[in-house]
Design a protein around this ligand. Sequence first.
Ligand SMILES: NC(=O)c1ccc[n+]([C@@H]2O[C@H](COP(=O)([O-])OP(=O)(O)OC[C@H]3O[C@@H](n4cnc5c(N)ncnc54)[C@H](O)[C@@H]3O)[C@@H](O)[C@H]2O)c1
Length: 332
Amino acid sequence: MRIKNVFVTGGTGKIGRALLPELIKAGYRVRALEFENEFRAIPDCRRGIETMPGDLRDPGLAQRALKGMDAVIHLGNCKENRERFLDTNIKGTFYLLDECKNSGHIRQFIQAGSDARAGIFYYPHPFPMDETHPHQAYPGYYAFSKVLEETMCEQYIIQHSLPITTLRFSWVHDEDDILAHLTLKAPNLGVPVWKDLAKTARQKEFFRKKRDGVACLVHPGGRPGLRHIVGIKDVIQGIMISIGNPAALGQAFAITGPAPFSYKVAADYAAKKLDLPVVEFECGYFHDFTHSIAKARSVLGYDPQYDITRIIDDALAFRRSGKKRTPLKYIG
Ligand SMILES: NC(=O)c1ccc[n+]([C@@H]2O[C@H](COP(=O)([O-])OP(=O)(O)OC[C@H]3O[C@@H](n4cnc5c(N)ncnc54)[C@H](O)[C@@H]3O)[C@@H](O)[C@H]2O)c1
């Protein structure tokens, strides 16, 4: 399947920023949608890329954007936003899918899916869960939107045989995201929010005195929580091996790390490296979860490399480099 020209939405986001240089390196001609002049802030992304100003909410965008393109990688998304998600995520995806159908020349449409569609830790799951597990969004507009986006993709495959590949990423970690999640001091990233789980005097003191520590999530009774996330480089690998891969058409794949992690292993490792105490937080509503990546391994040859210690090592290296975290504009 020959693909040369790729239209990318969401090129300035967490995944897009890492993907664009790899697409260029691999020899693709890239047209990237530029929303709100964001590429100016990250000039490295722009090299060798045709940028096209536009808004996913514009019904006329898709026809202009897909002219001369062979494939679409759709990463644009406004995430948790009640006022915007229907227009941006749902209508925006619909306009692109429908233009793929009408134009007839798009050989592959890669949709950014998410394990939010399966509800991650909010519900009990089979262990591991695979691609056949039904949609079961966790509460909120973002997860709801990921289900609706995927459902549209599924229907365009059924109704119009559109060559769609859905890559369901789990929580993507770049820069020092994992430390922002695990440590108690700001910036705090992700859920659960440790401060909300602070019940004992010792736990509360960390926040009152603004002392840092490393959180270890435990179930009632003390068993550490188990969670499955993915490093940004594995996400990029998952996308790059899917483009132009006929075996990926009409399919959804879980794209996540090589294994789930135990909060105990993560907390002990990060605490040792940062010379901080481990603080346990009991969470009664957290359900362990892990994804099977057997399908991505066997069909795509996906071979993720970033387990929790490597993700933490990369985050520590990022902090040592003195680089500043990219501010999160769209909270998922
Ligand atoms: N980051 C994660 O942990 C994660 C996990 C699973 C799935 N995903 C999915 O991957 C995709 C990319 O995620 P990300 O974290 O890189 O996103 P991000 O929030 O970092 O970036 C979102 C991108 O969408 C663009 N965008 C927002 N509104 C737009 C509009 N109206 N018109 C055009 N562009 C618009 C922004 O400019 C930005 O480039 C999303 O679909 C997301 O749901 C992300």
